[in-house]
Design a protein around this ligand. Structure first.
Ligand SMILES: C[S@@+](CC[C@H](N)C(=O)[O-])C[C@H]1O[C@@H](n2cnc3c(N)ncnc32)[C@H](O)[C@@H]1O
Length: 264
């Protein structure tokens, strides 16, 4: 289920989300009888699937099985030489996940190319194919993976939004608005929760300017502390902040009428 879209990808582009998956979903994979992960929509080259497998095998468990699924048969054929079964295989499939029952799905830079009304139905199809307790990580990044935004989605809907940036080149958190997941990007206008979040980060970043002397990590950490002190439900801890991340509860940013726990 789905449509062939542009196949743009790049080596190492998804490192931020991969590392977050290993840290945040590692226990889910460790506890799984069959640690099956699907990377949906890997694009013109399978490189990001190869990297996901390597990262999970090193950081979570060596017997992880990653299956790259693509809706475009030409891209499946191009990926097959990179397979390393049983840990890394490729196949043709769409949102229905080709009949697989993974514990985790990563779908990056896929829904960005769909219309917004298609997002929730796509989530439902993908999460409906997961093993009980399984999760979908769905988001977007820029070409080189310096800016990214993703949602953790389970069978009940989205749980959290994570924003991540390469702090060494970050001028202002406002640029993260360009990489919001599809479900939020069109809602980033004054008066919405997601707009208020980006503004809060921006204000925190400005107020933390003196900390720039100690490096951009200190400045980001300070900005996130300010956002949290203002009442935003920040779910992650300083160890993640120092990587240029912040994760908030979906309920804090959900657009009106959105799906998911705690959505207004
Ligand atoms: C921009 S590429 C993303 C590549 C890679 N995930 C990345 O982030 O670098 C999007 C890919 O998703 C594929 N795609 C789009 N809809 C899909 C679907 N429903 N199921 C599987 N693949 C899909 C497209 O054919 C395209 O190759």
């Amino acid at each position: 289920m789905g449509a062939v879209t542009r196949g743009t990808t790049n080596p190492n582009r998804l490192r931020r989300v991969d590392n977050w998956i290993a840290a945040t979903c590692g226990d889910l994979l460790r506890d799984a009888a069959d640690p099956l992960v699907v990377d949906l929509g890997y694009g013109a080259s399978p490189v990001t699937v190869v990297e996901l497998r390597a990262r999970l095998a090193a950081a979570v468990r060596p017997d992880v099985r990653v299956v790259g699924l693509e809706i475009d048969p030409v891209r499946v054929a191009a990926a097959v030489p990179a397979a390393d079964p049983p840990g890394l295989t490729f196949g043709r499939g769409g949102f229905e996940l080709a009949g697989l029952r993974p514990v985790l799905v990563r779908a990056f830079n896929v829904l960005r190319q769909y219309a917004e009304p298609e997002v929730v139905p796509a989530w439902r199809i993908m999460t409906g194919a997961l093993r009980p307790g399984g999760v979908l990580v769905e988001g977007t990044c820029d070409e080189l993976g310096r800016l990214a935004g993703w949602l953790l989605v389970d069978a009940s809907g989205p749980r959290s939004l994570t924003l991540a940036a390469r702090l060494g080149t970050l001028d202002s958190p406002a640029v993260l608005a360009e990489r919001l997941p599809k479900a939020l990007i069109h809602h980033n206008v004054p008066g919405t929760r997601v707009h208020a979040l980006i503004q809060a980060l921006e204000e925190g970043w400005r107020a933390a300017a003196p900390y720039a002397t100690f490096g951009p990590r200190q400045r980001w950490r300070r900005s996130v502390e300010t956002v949290r002190a203002a009442g935003w439900p920040v779910l992650d801890r300083p160890a993640r902040w120092r990587l240029g991340e912040v994760t908030v509860a979906w309920s804090a940013v959900a657009p009106p009428g959105a799906t998911g726990p705690g959505a207004p």
